[in-house]
Design a protein around this ligand. Structure first.
Ligand code: XUL
Length: 575
């Protein structure tokens, strides 16, 4: 293995909605190089906004595949310009925005196999696609197809039990069904279908890479319980086309997330001086990749506080439900990834923050959160000044929400635990100050409500809860929110911040490559990365977790929160 200058390196890529990022880590998990290509700012020739194009009349959101080809050559070039010696690279893995699909033409395999170092990928691969666009996870054009998917096996519960999720607009099965109906000719001319993740691996391999064992669960086609495609759902998805043909288009799914798919194509050897022995590993989805940015133990929770909120857990328990998602774990058989995906997170908190700033005034230019944090920390848990006061809670959804599935709006309630009565009222609310506590608590209670069946008691009479809560994303900088996260969610070992900025996903991919290439027989990802992980360097404890009294109080509140959601859903259904 050539390593002319320094030890081995592993590349991790993150092909997300708005950018392609690539970084290189050493065997001891140190980031040595990092480069990105911002789709709006750095691309040329595409009519895109925030990385995508839209057809509003049909609620379609999609991305030009050629954009990603342009991005890949550019990121490799940027890494080389920084001095990265690609001869050091022993493994490549990636992460892709979930659910997006790429449609390869009949010429694709030939074009991929014969890549020419003197041309860019964009110059030589236009003929490789039967359709130039990839439906994006923000697409909402498949309402009809989702209804068909949910109904086909006998209801959303049954579909969730089989595939880990009920039907969602963005999931690839409903997307393929719509694609073959809208574009029958293109579908006929499609030799293979990739997810964004396997598309990325295919480019490095110079051949169509199989789906990844975790990302395949974002399609509503893979039966997690049987560990194979669900033939009934394939039948639905193929429609009037041959089901066997659809099976060929999708391809087999290897079980090992660390499988060596093959050596990097000579295009990269000749154009960028890669080592010809460099191995291409499966790329996975961006959310599964995010849980690989640390040796997440079963029972640890990761909360990503961005524009939206994502809650991720690694768990041995498969307990599917229509309001949640389960995926196979990207590296470790016997584990699953549990996910909650909310549309309303940061934006909803910012609205309350702005209302508080308008009322309180003062100089908010240095820290716009100061007034919000002050209100949050100076309001008692659930707004109860005394234990006999009713609890304050609400739903704050500036956008239509997925969890629960309800229109945009605001609902505020008081809950009296003594008689379990719930009242939709503003009486007793000091607005907007009380809302700082109410919105943060309510967002966290929703996480506790939906994840409580997955956590176990650590013993000694301690109630079930996560071991650690890791916060990532913009909101993780807010210590006041971290404090309340520990109070509501617990965490026998506390609340931590993973300080990797926006890199968690690419980092997870690079760590997966380290594990896949350097693992000993049978060594799990958690074991290998756990041994090399330098806690003091990579994470910071930012709040206490489990505090028995307040944790018990939120245990009572979560019952009221559950009732409140049910009441809102019933009311909305009758509107
Ligand atoms: C998850 C989802 C998004 C995308 C973002 O189901 O749709 O988180 O993966 O890239």
């Amino acid at each position: 293995m050539a390593s002319s200058n320094g030890g081995p390196l592993y590349l991790g890529f993150d092909l997300s909605t708005q950018q392609l990022k690539g970084l290189a880590v050493s065997s001891d998990l140190k980031v040595e190089y990092e480069a990105k290509f911002d789709f709006d700012a750095d691309s040329h020739g595409f009519n895109i906004k925030k990385g995508v194009m839209t057809n509003e009349a049909e609620h379609e959101v999609f991305a030009p595949v050629a954009l990603w080809l342009q991005a890949l050559d550019s990121v490799l070039q940027k890494l080389r310009d920084q001095g990265l010696d690609f001869r050091r690279v022993r493994g490549i893995s990636g992460a892709g925005q979930q659910h997006g699909s790429v449609y390869w033409s009949k010429d694709a395999e030939k074009l991929l196999a014969n890549l020419d170092k003197n041309k860019t990928l964009e110059e030589q691969l236009p003929g490789a696609f039967s359709h130039p666009f990839s439906p994006n996870w923000q697409d909402a054009s498949t309402q009809k197809e989702c209804e068909e998917f949910d109904a086909y096996l006998g209801g959303a519960e049954v579909l969730a039990k089989a595939t880990g999720s009920k039907a969602h607009h963005r999931f690839t099965g409903p997307q393929i069904l719509r694609f073959q109906r809208k574009y029958p000719e293109q579908y006929k001319n499609t030799s293979r279908i990739s997810l964004v993740s396997s598309f990325l691996a295919s480019l490095f391999l110079g051949a169509i890479a199989p789906f990844d064992i975790s990302d395949v669960c974002g399609m509503n086609l893979w039966n997690i319980e049987t560990g194979s495609y669900d033939d009934r759902l394939l039948q639905l998805c193929a429609g009037s086309f041959e089901v066997e043909d659809l099976k060929r288009k999708l391809g087999d799914v290897p079980k090992d997330g660390g499988l060596h798919l093959g050596k990097v194509h000579r295009y990269y050897v000749e154009r960028y001086s890669f080592n010809p022995d460099c191995i291409v590993l499966p790329s996975t989805g961006d959310n599964p990749s995010t849980i690989l940015a640390l040796p997440l133990q079963p029972s640890d929770a990761m909360v990503s506080l961005g524009t939206s909120t994502t809650f991720l857990m690694s768990t041995p328990n498969y307990k599917p439900d229509p309001s949640t998602h389960f995926f196979n774990h990207p590296t470790t058989p016997g584990l699953y990834m549990f996910m909650l995906c909310y549309k309303n997170g940061g934006l909803a908190r910012e609205q309350v923050r702005d209302a508080i700033n308008d009322k309180v005034g003062g100089d908010t230019s240095k820290n716009p959160w100061a007034n919000f944090d002050h209100a949050l920390l100076n309001t008692p848990a659930m707004g109860q000044k005394s234990p006999s006061d009713p609890m304050k809670m609400g739903l704050f959804f500036p956008r239509p929400e997925i969890v629960p599935n309800v229109r945009s709006g605001q609902w505020r309630f008081t809950y009296n635990p003594a008689n379990q009565s719930l009242t939709e009222t503003l009486e007793g609310w000091d607005q907007p100050l009380d809302e700082a506590r109410a919105i943060v608590e309510s967002q966290l209670l929703s996480l506790r409500l939906r994840s409580r069946g997955l956590t176990e008691s650590p013993g000694d009479g301690i109630p079930p809860q996560p071991r650690r809560v890791y916060l990532v994303g913009g909101g993780s900088r807010n210590r006041a929110i971290a404090k309340v996260a520990g109070e509501v969610l617990g965490g026998t070992d506390g609340v931590y911040k993973l300080d990797v900025g926006e890199n968690a996903c690419a980092l997870g991919a690079a760590y997966k490559a380290v594990w896949a290439v350097e693992r000993k027989p049978g060594q799990t990802f958690e074991e290998l990365i756990g041994q090399r992980w330098r806690e003091e360097e990579f994470i910071e404890k930012i709040a206490d977790g489990y505090q028995p009294e307040v944790f018990a109080k939120y245990g009572v509140a979560v019952e009221g929160f559950d009732k409140m959601e049910q009441q809102v859903l019933v009311k909305e259904a009758h509107r």
